[in-house]
Design a protein around this ligand. Sequence first.
Ligand code: NAD
Length: 293
Amino acid sequence: MAGLGVASTQILPSVSKLPYVKVAAAADVRQEALAKFRKEYGAEVYTNFDEMCESPNIDFVYVATPNELHARHVIAAAERGKHAIVEKPMALTLEECEAMNAAAEKNGTKLLCGHTHSFDPPIRKIRAIVQSGELGSLRMIHSWNYNEFMYRPRMKHELATSRGVVLNQGPHQVDVARLIGGGMVRSLRATTGIWDSARPHEGSYVCYLEFENGVPATLVYSGYGFFDTAELFWWVGEGGQKSEKENQRDHELTGRRIVERADALRWAEGRRVQPRLARRAASAVFRFHAREL
Ligand SMILES: NC(=O)c1ccc[n+]([C@@H]2O[C@H](COP(=O)([O-])OP(=O)(O)OC[C@H]3O[C@@H](n4cnc5c(N)ncnc54)[C@H](O)[C@@H]3O)[C@@H](O)[C@H]2O)c1
């Protein structure tokens, strides 16, 4: 396991239970994370990724390090004969992706981007229905995702290097649409949005693409927390579980807080009121609503 951050906490507990996987080692630059990992898994620990890949006890590495290290780590693994699963986004540029593919081909290693929703049973089922033709031919695909992605806690530079939701969440929609649409895309057009000056990176996009057979798809994303598309699906979200009542309520509150803050700031701007006072007023209104809910 390369990188013992948030992603690893979602991966390791399940992967370590698989009968054909043995968690053999981890690499991270944080000593405390390595100490915790060693205690839990009793496996090898490394502060240097390349050294971990030298270990004869490792067959493949799961790369969940920061986005800008994906290419370097996958290539280093391939050069040492290790297969790799790399978290999305695969890398930050097409050139990096090509170099990763080339390294895997040259060294005869396997390279997989994961986690990948095109492996999810519901997505596979949709593809199977499309392929079977039982509902006729596929005419168009639409994918909407609204959530509070831009307000989740994360390392400061992550939004900058990955262009906000574009490389962080875009890969999921592209991956799912391509599996269902069945292949290569012949044209693509997109518009991105930066709507919060406190987080000056892309938090939304609308993308229109056309498959080689002419089938069009739209991919829509907003990570600004005004709405959660899980509400359209009985509060069953990306992970496949129904979200707790508590989270649904939190979501309503976050949405209201953002709107009220924006209103308060606009109001302050118009009347030359200090933004600090406007923010305090907005917070008071928010607390009032929280009591109501
Ligand atoms: N957070 C999530 O829920 C989630 C989900 C899916 C995918 N991902 C992807 O996983 C990757 C990691 O995301 P995260 O949220 O876990 O980030 P994170 O910042 O929580 O974790 C990254 C880890 O990598 C370590 N690291 C940094 N430099 C390193 C180096 N040179 N060698 C080894 N380890 C190093 C950090 O110390 C940290 O523990 C990203 O590509 C992200 O897109 C994250």
